[in-house]
Write a protein that binds this ligand. Structure first.
Ligand SMILES: Nc1ncnc2c1ncn2[C@@H]1O[C@H](COP(=O)(O)OP(=O)(O)O)[C@@H](O)[C@H]1O
Ligand SMILES: [Mg+2]
Length: 235
């Protein structure tokens, strides 16, 4: 389970997260909702060891991640699919997938994981040797998720996958997230502004506002309460 306690994070002298506490149960899908600038990406980066934590902690399966290197956190089974995908556009699909398995030295295991990713995303098999810059946004998002899967994570932090995608393509990405969750009980946390669709697939959601949790609850509780819908969700 992911256990975040009073997490504060800062960029230089400026604090961006002001004490986030949240629990994510193993095998669940959880939403982190909130407007632009509310702290979703910073929260993910703080968990993944990519931004400075100034107070509090994040722990996964009882191991404290805070103050470990980003690489050590990946080894604990935590994979970030960053906002904007952060692929290597001049490299091929295969080379990008290899990046997701750079900690792995076992060729048989590599082939097995590659096969699983290509089965989940047949387009990535078709495009194995294509340069990433030539692919559509949806294909690139699939590749970013595929790259994370190559590390065989127990927890995936999926940061704003909808950006730049047509609604239908985003629906496919969400369906894939559900399939990944179902296949290996992989825990998934999704940051999104697209509240309506997220509440349909998550068990639980947290709404961030200015670096703090404004409200949280099950998807049913949040979507079912008229005043919450109006005040926090824009629904
Ligand atoms: N690299 C950075 N340097 C300084 N401030 C940043 C940086 N990235 C984000 N911030 C600030 O941190 C706050 C949270 O931003 P962010 O986590 O990106 O929000 P979200 O992902 O919800 O849009 C914002 O006030 C933003 O301006
Ligand atoms: Mg963001």
């Amino acid at each position: 389970m992911l256990n975040i306690e009073n997490l504060h994070a800062a960029y230089g002298p400026v604090e961006a997260l002001h004490g986030i506490t949240m629990q994510v149960q193993p095998g669940s899908i959880v939403g982190v909702l909130g407007a632009n600038g509310s702290g979703k990406t910073t929260l993910f980066k703080a968990i993944a060891g990519l931004v400075r934590v100034t107070e509090g902690s994040a722990a996964f399966n009882g191991v404290v991640l805070t103050n470990q290197s980003a690489q050590a956190i990946v080894k604990q089974g935590v994979s970030l699919v960053p906002q904007g995908r952060m692929l290597f556009p001049e490299m091929t699909v295969l080379e990008n997938l290899e990046m997701g398995a750079y900690l792995l030295n076992d060729r048989t295991e590599f082939a097995k994981r590659l096969d699983a990713v290509q089965t989940m995303f047949p387009i990535l098999k078709e495009r194995t040797h294509q340069m990433v810059a030539l692919m559509s946004g949806g294909e690139q998002q699939m590749l970013a998720i595929g790259r994370a899967l190559m590390g065989q994570p127990d927890l995936i932090l999926l940061d704003e996958p909808s950006i730049g995608l047509a609604p239908k393509i985003f629906d496919q990405i969400l369906a894939t997230a559900k399939a990944i969750n179902a296949r290996r009980q992989t825990t998934i946390v999704i940051a999104e502004q697209n509240v309506r669709k997220i509440l349909k697939i998550v068990d639980h959601a947290y709404v961030l506002e200015s670096g703090k949790i404004a409200i949280s609850g099950t998807a049913e509780q949040l979507a079912g309460d008229e005043s919450i819908r109006r005040a926090y969700l824009g629904l």
